[in-house]
Design a protein around this ligand. Structure first.
Ligand code: DI6
Ligand code: FE
Length: 410
C-alpha cells in the first residue's frame, strides 16, 4: 500500500475528537490531511509521513476538530412564521387544539403553497446557513408543508438547490403524510391514496427524495395509514423513517422496525415493546430535544432503556416553525444533555456518526482516513464544552467534502 504524502489541504495545530475508537477518540496535537473530498491523514502531527507536502495549509492555535455535524431531522424549508401561535400557546391553548382548528402545520402550508421557488429559497436559506455556521456539513430536510404534489416537490427541489448553493450535503425526505390537507378534510384515507399512488412515485421518479417519512400520531396518521405509505415507499425503492410516539403511543416504532426504517424519531411515548423492536431491527432513535422543550413536554423518551438495549441514539434540531423553531445544532447538544441526560459524548456521537446512520450514510461522522472530509473546527478547550455551553458560537468553520468554509477570524 502506498502512503499518500501530498495533501491538497493540511490542517494543523488542532486537537482532534475523532469519535473513532474509545470515548472522544482524542488526539492531542493532531493534523488532518485531505485529498480531494476524502480524509487522507488523521493523527498526531508528528506521525505525518516523513516527506509530507501540501498545496494549502492552515494552522490553528489549539482549536478542536470534530467530525462535521449531521443534522438528520429538519423541516427547514417553509414560508411564513408561527409567532402568533406561540403567543396563543403561552395563553394556554395546546398544540393539538391549534392543529385541530386548522392552524399549526396547516398555517405553514398556506404560506408555503403561496411562495414561489425563489421566495421559498429566500425564506429558508438563512436557516440552512445558520446550521452550517455552527458546524453542520450534512443536513436532512423534509417536505410536508405542501400537502399537494406540486408544492411537496417544490420544497424538495428548493432543499436540494439550497444544498448546492451553500455547499451543504442536503438529504431530502418526502413527508407528504404530515397532515391531512384542507382539501381532504375528514378523508385521510383518500389523501393517503394520493400520497401512495401519485406523490411517492413522482418524487421517486424525479429523484427528489432520499427517503419517505410519516407523522404517525393522533393529529397525524394512524399506524395502518403509515403502513400503506411505507409499502408505497418500498415499491418505489425508497427507505423509510417515522415520526413516532411524539404525542402519544401509537406503536409506531415497532412498525418502523418492521420496515427496516432508517430511524424512528421523537419517541417520548415509546413503550418497552417499541424499544425491543427497535433494538432487534437496529433502528436508530432520533431524539429531538428542541420539540420536547418548546412543547414543554414532561414525559421523557426512555433514554435508559434505549441505552440498555443498545439502540443507537441520534440528536437533531427538528428545525420547524411549530415545535422547534431553532437553527442551533449546538444548543441541541446542550438540551440533549440537560433535558435528556445524555453524556456530552453521546450527544456529539448522536449528531455525527449515529445521525449519519439515520440517513443511511456510512461514509462520514468520524474523523478517520478514507471517510468523507467533513470536519468542524471549534475554539474550545475540550470537546465536552460543545454541550456544556448554550448560546455560544465557537465554530471557526468547516470542511465540507474537503472544501473549506472558514468563518471570519474571531
Ligand atoms: N412533529 C413535529 O414536531 C413537527 N412535525 C411533526 O410531525 C411539527 C411541525 C409543525 O408544527 O409545523
Ligand atoms: Fe419533525
Amino acid at each position: 500500500m502506498s502512503t499518500i504524502t501530498h495533501y491538497d489541504l493540511l490542517l494543523a495545530g488542532l486537537h482532534l475528537a475523532t469519535l473513532d475508537g474509545d470515548g472522544w477518540g482524542e488526539v492531542r496535537d493532531g493534523a488532518i490531511g485531505v485529498v480531494g473530498d476524502t480524509l487522507a491523514f488523521v493523527g498526531p502531527v508528528d506521525s505525518l509521513p516523513a516527506h509530507a507536502s501540501w498545496t494549502a495549509r492552515r494552522d490553528f492555535d489549539g482549536a478542536w476538530a470534530t467530525p462535521g455535524l449531521v443534522d438528520c431531522h429538519t423541516h427547514l424549508v417553509y414560508a411564513g412564521n408561527r409567532a402568533g401561535e406561540f403567543e396563543r400557546r403561552l395563553q394556554g391553548v395546546s398544540y393539538e387544539q391549534i392543529a385541530r382548528e386548522g392552524g399549526g402545520i396547516l398555517s405553514t402550508v398556506r404560506h408555503t403553497r403561496a411562495a414561489g421557488p425563489d421566495a421559498l429559497a429566500d425564506a429558508s436559506r438563512p436557516r440552512l446557513a445558520a446550521l452550517a455556521a455552527e458546524g453542520a456539513t450534512t443536513v436532512e430536510i423534509k417536505s410536508g408543508y405542501g400537502l399537494e404534489r406540486e408544492t411537496e416537490l417544490r420544497q424538495l427541489a428548493v432543499a436540494k438547490r439550497l444544498g448546492a448553493e451553500l455547499d451543504v450535503d442536503v438529504r431530502t425526505t418526502l413527508l407528504a403524510a404530515h397532515a391531512v390537507p384542507p382539501e381532504f378534510d375528514g378523508r385521510p384515507e383518500a389523501w393517503i391514496d394520493v400520497v401512495c399512488e401519485d406523490i411517492v412515485p413522482a418524487a421517486a421518479r424525479a429523484r427528489l427524495a432520499d427517503a419517505v417519512d410519516v407523522f404517525c400520531d393522533t393529529i397525524g396518521f394512524t399506524r395502518a395509514q403509515a403502513r400503506r405509505v411505507f409499502d408505497a415507499a418500498r415499491a418505489n425503492g425508497l427507505p423509510v423513517k417515522l415520526h413516532a410516539e411524539q404525542l402519544s403511543d401509537q406503536d409506531g416504532a415497532a412498525l418502523a422496525a418492521e420496515y427496516d426504517a432508517l430511524s424512528a424519531d421523537h419517541l417520548e411515548w415509546l413503550s418497552p415493546r417499541g424499544v425491543d423492536a427497535m433494538a432487534r431491527a437496529g433502528t436508530i432513535a432520533v431524539l429531538l430535544p428542541g420539540a420536547f422543550y418548546a412543547l414543554r413536554e414532561t414525559r421523557l423518551p426512555p433514554i435508559d432503556a434505549l441505552r440498555a438495549k443498545g439502540v443507537p441514539m441520534a440528536v437533531a434540531t427538528d428545525s420547524n416553525p411549530g415545535t422547534s423553531p431553532t437553527t442551533s445544532p449546538l444548543l441541541m447538544l446542550n438540551m440533549a444533555c440537560t433535558l435528556f441526560r445524555l453524556t456530552p459524548q453521546e450527544a456529539l456521537a448522536g449528531m455525527t456518526h449515529v445521525a449519519a446512520r439515520a440517513l443511511g450514510l456510512r461514509d462520514r461522522g468520524k474523523l478517520r482516513a478514507g471517510l468523507r472530509a467533513d470536519v468542524a473546527v471549534y475554539a474550545i478547550d475540550e470537546p465536552a464544552e460543545l454541550a456544556w455551553r448554550f448560546g455560544a458560537q465557537p465554530c471557526l468553520g468547516t470542511l465540507r467534502g474537503g472544501v473549506p468554509h472558514w468563518t471570519e477570524a474571531r
